[in-house]
Design a protein around this ligand. Structure first.
Ligand SMILES: NC(=O)c1ccc[n+]([C@@H]2O[C@H](COP(=O)([O-])OP(=O)(O)OC[C@H]3O[C@@H](n4cnc5c(N)ncnc54)[C@H](O)[C@@H]3O)[C@@H](O)[C@H]2O)c1
Length: 349
């Protein structure tokens, strides 16, 4: 099958590209190469005759039409997005343009291509989204996000992703475009851009810097290893019921403080400090405005309907992740020089 993957030079998109190609699919990777992109993420597969790269911006409809016409994909997996909540607080405009207008352009380009080709039944537009569209949960293990949870986004990032989800559903209802949607919890793993919590903690720890924890560290996230997410996405793309959405989660709830303490413990084992322990570097900093208290996914639908489960526990996944960062300084070091990385963002509100 030929997949058009948008955002394939980013963290999750590149995991999808690598996994899809290892399973024999052809991939066209469409990416604008923003500050968050890194083509190194797909270096292992980019020489393959089954791989093509298109530098294109999803805000540019003409460029999208050209890519569809040139490559004639069987399915679309749409991941390209502005993805960092703190950046969305400082500069929401890019999130509106890429996540909303860009998704609108993708839907229209896909619809036009699908219609021109006689509406092939096997065509799919898979929209990859986040659990943040559901808002914030109370600290009650009985309450989780299901696919029926009403949308209640609270940051410019989650509001832009919620808007894009609504557009995708509308294109299905109104024009019959064959779509599937997924809403996933927080990902972690190799190639995670060094502005996000887990790489920031690992790299600051190694550099002897403070390990910043927003607020009191009690915010809860449900962590999923990125390669498990990529596996779930390929399954939904191939077997998901049209017009349906699937929540994807790791069933691994941790407070941010627990997560950071776990990372410190792993680092103490793999790269012990000369004196003291990494947890000594933990520092509590001003909270993010509107910081959602808890996210937790009920993955019953994807488990019962498609038989999917994560393959690694959070302990195993975090250990593999720390090991990967220890072995791949050549990857992360240059990224720390990119604009805004290493500075505190999103406190202006
Ligand atoms: N990271 C998470 O924990 C998480 C969880 C659930 C869902 N998601 C969703 O998964 C998708 C991928 O997330 P990620 O963490 O890999 O993001 P990322 O920021 O690492 O990568 C995004 C990619 O999209 C590209 N891109 C951005 N704007 C573009 C534009 N206008 N045109 C073309 N390409 C553009 C970037 O160059 C980059 O390669 C996003 O849609 C995000 O909302 C992420």
């Amino acid at each position: 099958m030929k997949l058009l993957v948008t955002g394939g030079a980013g963290f999750i998109g590149s995991a999808v590209v690598r996994l899809a190609m290892s399973r024999g699919h052809e991939v066209v990777n469409l990416d604008a190469l923003t500050y968050a992109a890194c083509l190194e993420n797909v270096a292992d597969v980019s020489d393959s005759p089954n791989y093509a790269f298109e530098k294109a911006d999803i805000r540019d409809r003409a460029a999208l039409d050209r890519v569809f016409e040139t490559h004639k994909p069987d399915v679309v997996m749409h991941l390209a997005a502005e993805s960092h909540v703190d950046r969305s607080i400082d500069g929401p405009g890019d999130f509106i343009e890429t996540n909303i207008t860009g998704t609108y352009n993708m839907l229209e380009a896909a619809r036009s291509y699908w219609v021109q080709n006689g509406k092939p039944e096997s065509f799919r537009f898979h929209h990859i989204s986040t659990d943040e569209v559901y808002g914030s949960l109370p600290n009650d293990p009985e309450v989780m996000f299901t696919e029926e949870t009403p949308y209640d986004p609270r940051s410019p990032y989650s509001a832009s992703k919620a808007s894009s989800d609504h557009l995708v559903r509308a294109w299905n209802e109104t024009y019959g475009l064959p779509v599937v949607l997924t809403n996933c919890s927080n990902n972690y793993g190799p190639y995670h851009f060094p502005e996000k919590l887990i790489p920031v903690i690992i790299l600051n720890a190694l550099a002897g810097k403070e390990l910043p924890i927003y607020g009191d560290g009690s915010n809860i996230r449900d962590w999923l290893y990125v390669e498990d997410h990529a596996d779930a996405l390929l399954l939904v793309m191939e077997k998901g019921e049209l017009g349906r959405s699937y929540n994807i989660g790791g069933e691994n709830e941790r407070t941010n403080l627990e997560l950071v303490q776990t990372l410190c413990g792993i680092l103490d084992g793999l790269r012990p400090k000369a004196e003291g322990v990494y947890a000594d570097q933990i520092t509590f900093v001003t909270d993010r405005p509107g910081h959602d208290a808890r996210y937790a996914i009920d993955p019953t639908r994807i488990r019962t309907e498609l038989g999917w489960r994560p393959s690694v526990t959070v302990e195993e996944g975090l250990k593999q992740t720390v090991q990967w960062y220890l072995e791949n300084e050549d990857w992360w070091r240059p990224l720390q020089e990119r604009h805004g990385v290493g500075t505190r963002l999103g406190v202006k509100a």
